[in-house]
Write a protein that binds this ligand. Structure first.
Ligand SMILES: Nc1ncnc2c1ncn2[C@@H]1O[C@H](COP(=O)(O)OP(=O)(O)OP(=O)(O)O)[C@@H](O)[C@H]1O
Ligand SMILES: [Mg+2]
Length: 250
């Protein structure tokens, strides 16, 4: 189980998230929606301790491990994975180098390089990424959509058990959206991870039969519901759907 309790996040002494609570059981899919600038990415980055954000109060736990006290490396080792809204470019380290090292560190037995290469080729097919991307520097000089697919390559190879997807659907063309939707569905069916999807759209959500939706506004969750809530938001917008949170939280 992944759990956020009474989380308050600050950046430059400004409170960005206030008293946030969220519980995601193993194998569940949760969706975080909300207007631009409400703090969705802030939450994602804070889980992995981005230095710009300070946990002013509250706790983040995964399977009884308190993430507040762990380093980003330790958090990754527990099986958490973040696909950033704007994936960072790392010049000088190729995808293959990073993944080979990550797997060697994770596993007790040395990596079978032939199996590793076969798996990389297989994943490139699933996500429709040219094979030569395996030997390109991580996200370096890639287009926005290519970066998202490149991050998916990492996801499929590292096989995390808790996945955070911060707007994986932004910047993808219609064909890429379909490929990514099908790839994520396949991953879910194979490994049953927990997933937190941050999105403004329903397109990728339609690949999953069941999920819970949370609306973030003014630094906290103001409404939760099922897939109908996400559909309704897409039709009529946030303002028409968010219950009067001032009344509720004053
Ligand atoms: N390092 C920072 N220092 C100060 N303010 C920040 C910092 N990072 C984010 N903010 C502010 O916090 C708010 C939330 O930003 P965030 O990127 O989390 O929004 P978001 O909900 O992900 O929006 P979008 O839907 O546009 O991706 C914004 O007003 C942003 O300007
Ligand atoms: Mg964001």
């Amino acid at each position: 189980m992944f759990s956020i309790k009474d989380l308050t996040i600050k950046a430059q002494d400004k409170e960005l998230i206030h008293n946030l609570n969220l519980t995601i059981n193993d194998g569940e899919i949760h969706v975080l929606m909300g207007p631009n600038g409400t703090g969705k990415s802030t939450i994602c980055q804070t889980i992995f301790h981005h230095p710009a954000y300070e946990i002013a109060n509250g706790s983040i736990t995964y399977h009884d491990h308190l993430l507040n006290d762990l380093t980003p490396t330790e958090i990754s080792r527990l099986g958490l994975f973040l696909l950033n809204q704007n994936p960072i470019e790392i010049e000088g380290i190729t995808n293959a180098e990073l993944l080979r090292n990550a797997l060697n560190e994770k596993n007790d037995t040395p990596l079978d390089i032939f199996k590793f290469n076969d798996e990389l080729n297989e994943v490139c097919k699933i996500i429709d990424l040219p094979k030569e991307f395996v030997h390109r520097d991580i996200n370096y000089n890639m287009s926005g959509g290519e970066k998202k697919k490149n991050e998916l390559l990492h996801l499929f190879i590292l096989k995390p058990s808790f996945i955070i997807l911060d707007e994986i659907d932004s910047g993808l063309d219609v064909d890429a959206l379909k490929t990514v939707g099908e790839a994520l569905k396949k991953y879910y069916e194979l490994y049953h991870p927990s997933i937190l999807i941050v999105t403004h759209h329903n397109y990728l959500l339609d690949y999953f039969s069941s999920y819970q939706v949370h609306i973030l506004k003014d630094g906290h969750i103001v409404q939760s519901g099922s897939k109908e809530l996400a559909k309704q938001i897409e039709k009529t917008g946030f303002e028409a759907n968010i219950i009067n949170d001032n009344k509720k939280y004053e």
